[in-house]
Write a protein that binds this ligand. Structure first.
Ligand SMILES: Nc1ncnc2c1ncn2[C@@H]1O[C@H](COP(=O)(O)OP(=O)(O)OP(=O)(O)O)[C@@H](O)[C@H]1O
Length: 482
């Protein structure tokens, strides 16, 4: 329920005040009264009413003077004032308006006319207040919107900076050559196989290819084949029909359908189970597939970019990865050099990550101290750019000034892998014993064309029982194709 409108009646004739007050009170108004100009001013200031009925002729101060004072004060400036005048001469009416009044009523007044005028001006005033309220809200919304847009602009500037050259930092000749080639391959629809150690920037390169291709306005969809339980990979790639397997309560589109017209990035493609490898080969050859549990053949126009940190060629030769799929994926191989083989990129990467970490942490960080840089240049970065990125984030958290100088974060000479000046020979890389064992098994398998048993088999060369070798292969995810 809205509060009744409050009317202030200012008149030095008590009978007039009573008459008006009674009439308005009957019609639901709340009434305040004043018997002279000064009293009227005081009451209007103390409890700002919704409307003032103001007598013109009063002994202490006439109505025009009261009106002018009310109009001069911000709190009462917008008050609608109706003059009560016994005189209906033109000059007085004009004066009433020029003093700031909105209307006038001549005495003796006609009750219905008084009620109609009061009602109309109160309604007008309330509409004005409502309009003002809405304007204020609108202004606040516009301001909030502008503030958000400002921060969005700052953010997109940041993204633009990060996306600069696809966000790929580095000037090493090996990297520059690769980026030049990317420009060429991006313009085609060819399948690209990105090879490189973990954290060396394979996904970044895949994104750069997509962004520079004519598919850039279509989706770039990613599937990390290693992160998927084997039994779900096929349904993730190709989708499934309702009821295709336990838990398939709905029909679901797969990544190939989602990426239609765009690019599908298959990370860690070497981890694909064999059955999925066969299906992938078919899509790459015929651009056709069926959803799991489905009979309808679907077509798709997807460009595939695959990445692996495994030696897929050796795995294919060893019979652990479908060689037909390997050749189909290997149409355009891109080899990403490890960070230790392009040390000149370490300083610009540090300064890029330091600025970014500083921005995120709200710190002003300029660069690395000379001592820090020296350690960074002589460290081997087995985790490549990702390791460097995380390392700089940690160093930025510890930084007390504008320089990164937490050299204690570097592994000590004994525990850390020694740095190499050029591409390190395999034995000096920070590889685990398991990795060395896996690589060796793979190399021997590749050498013998995947044969495990017999005189020329890998088991004999490795000095292992064939079933032991099979066990090791299972452990390392090396599955024989046939
Ligand atoms: N040249 C570069 N310039 C700037 N940032 C880079 C560069 N290379 C890699 N990065 C950053 O390093 C991190 C790891 O890169 P990315 O994920 O592309 O590596 P990856 O080879 O795909 O790793 P994984 O083999 O583990 O999937 C990302 O945050 C990426 O933005």
């Amino acid at each position: 329920m809205t509060a009744p409108a409050r009317i202030l009646v200012v008149d030095d004739t008590p009978a007039n005040v009573r008459l008006i007050a009674d009439l308005l009170a009957v019609h639901g108004y709340e009434i305040l009264t004043a018997d002279c100009g000064n009293d009227g001013l005081e009451k209007a200031r103390a409890t700002v009413p919704d409307l003032v009925l103001l007598d013109v002729m009063m002994p202490d101060m006439d109505g025009f003077a009261v009106c002018e004072r009310l109009k001069a004060a911000p709190a009462t400036r917008e008050l609608p004032i109706i003059f009560l005048t016994a005189l209906n001469e033109t000059t007085d009416k004009v004066r009433a308006f020029s003093a700031g009044g909105v209307d006038y009523v001549t005495k003796p007044f006609e009750p219905r006319e008084l009620l109609a005028r009061v009602g109309a001006h109160v309604a007008l005033r309330q509409a004005g207040i409502e309009l003002e309220r809405q304007n204020r809200r609108l202004r606040e919304e516009i301001e909030a919107h502008q503030r958000a847009r400002a921060s969005i602009e700052a953010l997109s500037e940041e993204i633009r900076v990060d996306q600069n050259a696809g966000g790929i930092i580095g000037n090493a000749p090996s990297l520059r050559r690769l980026l030049d080639v990317l420009e060429l391959v991006a313009a085609t629809d060819s399948t690209v196989l990105i090879l490189g150690e973990t954290g060396s920037g394979k996904e970044l390169v895949a994104r750069a290819i997509h962004e520079r291709s004519r598919r850039r306005d279509r989706p770039l969809v990613k599937l990390n084949c290693a992160a998927m339980p084997r039994e779900l990979v096929e349904s993730e790639l190709f989708g499934h029909e309702k009821g295709a397997f336990t838990g398939a309560t709905q029909q679901r589109r797969g990544r190939f359908e989602m990426a239609d017209g765009g690019t599908l990035f298959l990370d860690e493609v070497g981890e694909l189970p064999l059955e999925a490898q066969a299906k992938l080969l078919r899509v790459l050859q015929d651009q056709q597939f069926e959803r799991v549990g489905g009979t309808v053949t679907l077509s798709t126009h997807v460009r595939v970019i695959a990445a692996t940190n495994r030696n897929l060629e050796a795995e294919a030769t060893a019979g652990c990865f479908r060689s037909d799929l390997f050749y189909r994926l290997n149409v355009f191989p891109v080899q990403l050099p490890p960070l230790r083989a392009r040390r000149e990129d370490i300083p610009p990467l540090i300064s890029h990550f330091a600025t970014r970490a500083g921005r995120r942490l709200g710190k002003h960080i300029e660069n690395a101290s000379p001592a820090f840089l020296e350690r960074a240049l002589s460290y081997s970065w087995p985790g490549n750019v990702r390791e460097l990125e995380n390392f700089i984030e940690r160093a930025a958290i510890l930084a007390r000034g504008p320089w990164l100088d937490a050299v204690e974060l570097f592994p000590s000479a004994l525990s850390g892998a020694p740095a190499a000046t050029t591409e390190a020979p395999p034995a000096t890389r920070a590889q685990t014993l398991e990795q060395v064992e896996k690589d060796h098994i793979l190399a021997v398998l590749a050498h013998v064309g995947g044969v495990i048993e017999g005189e020329r088999g890998a088991a004999r060369i490795l000095g292992l029982n064939p079933s032991t070798l099979r066990g090791r292969m299972r452990k390392f995810g090396l599955h024989k194709v046939s």
